[in-house]
Design a protein around this ligand. Sequence first.
Ligand SMILES: [Zn+2]
Length: 441
Amino acid sequence: MLVRGHRIRLGTVLGFPVEITSSWFLLVVIVVWSFWVRYALEFHHKTDGVGVVMAIVATVIFLGSVFVHELAHAVVARRRGMAVTGITLYIFGGATSAGDPKKPGDEFLMTAAGPLVNFVAALVLWGITIAATHGHLAEVAEVSGEAAWLNLLLGAFNIVPASPLDGGHLLEAVAWRVKGSRPKAILIAAGAGTVLGWLLLAAGFFELLFVTGGLFEGLWIGLIGFMLLEGARSEKMRGWVEGVLENKPAWYLLTEHAAPVTPETSIGWLIGAELVRHHVDAVPVVDSNHVAGVVLAQDALSIPPAERFGRVAKDVMRPVTDLPWARASGKAMDVLRQLAEHPIILLVDDRGGAVGVVSERQVGAVLERLRLLDQRGGQPRSAGQFGPSGSWDQWQPGAGWQPGTGWQPGSGPQPGSPWDQGPPGQDRPKQDPPGKDPGAG
Ligand SMILES: [Zn+2]
């Protein structure tokens, strides 16, 4: 539940990239201001700036605690073999982007590390408070006492068992272990998050309307409730999607196939015959029996209508080597994660031959169709190795796809045929299979 906005890269800590969003500065102002109001009131005889210094120190400790909480998640995630993309700080605290845990235990440990750090910090700060009180350092005692209390609250609020809070992920890990299904566990934790979100929203309204001077606090609680509801909603979505894609290969996500064109096919023809008629997002360009590249709908349509018949496919084609790709036999969930960063993913077979594309624009419709298939029985048209209607590399230029002809469902690519050797001069897959390193969650 990130508040999107301009992001600023601060640098790396322990190898983790750290970013702040512009909303984070608003948090700094709110926190400094509320500490200052408090210290100015309690230490009202000090008008010499001591209150300001105390407010700044308290802010640094508080926001530092939030950061160390995220750092703890990141360190444990990395230890448990999850790829950590980075830490982002924003108005409601922080978020750590890590790959999916493989086991409930990994999820539990990674999640528990954050609140645990806050409880330890609360203990340490409490110790400092006692020492400072004995040493008659009233200001130090005040600031560390406050910070101890805030760390206790931070830890306690975060372990409330409701997604998207840490406690929700702890509940998810337990439910995953008990039920044996991660999608079901995600939905359980998200359901608890929805309940908590509504409760906080109601509490915020109550405070706003009936508690004298409760305007700011009421608004803040209500806003947190609203953010929780939003977070729970996207968690619910994640549970639903993971349920639909559980144990499914990436080629289930393939969208409608276009018939291949030659490099000399005009863009005008390509738009009329393929993009408009078949609603595809990408058209393969086949040159001497290889898929050489792909014309993306967005690229073709960016050419002014008057010029479309004067331009040909190879002018706007993106070479297959330039496209982000994934194995058709890999996990559908991993490809879905890749789609967060690229609008189109090329699927390749195990020898590097192009199979088709998965597009961000159509993935929602594909997921909905898969959900219906799950509910009512059935599977994509082909039970074969790849794709609802076969691999791009199985086609002759211009032949189009004819139901019942050419490639036979279930036959899979034929080794040694000219169609499955991949684009010329290309030695794919050379990189690690994308599934090895799932991206941000
Ligand atoms: Zn956390």
